[in-house]
Design a protein around this ligand. Structure first.
Ligand code: SF4
Length: 71
């Protein structure tokens, strides 16, 4: 089973950084203030799910084992 990851649609991200609040080990703000997913950070699947659900601009897509869950 492959590790889950989160796809960030940078065209939608508004740099609100709610994702960082929900999953501080999984996201960081890039130089432009937009979110970057950290696949090797310390996070849990539950944190990723919270971040995806709470992004106000529906920027994040959780990818589980090759299947996509749309945000
Ligand atoms: S919560 Fe959404 S809009 Fe805000 S930084 Fe994260 S991905 Fe971007």
């Amino acid at each position: 089973m492959s590790k889950p990851f989160v796809r960030v649609n940078r065209a939608r991200c508004q740099g609100v950084q709610m994702c960082i609040a929900w999953a501080p080990g999984a996201f960081e703000a890039g130089p432009d203030g937009l979110a970057i997913f950290r696949p090797d950070g310390e996070w849990t699947l539950e944190q990723l799910e919270e971040a995806v659900e709470n992004c106000p601009t529906e920027t994040l897509t959780l990818v589980l084992d090759g299947d996509e869950e749309t945000s």
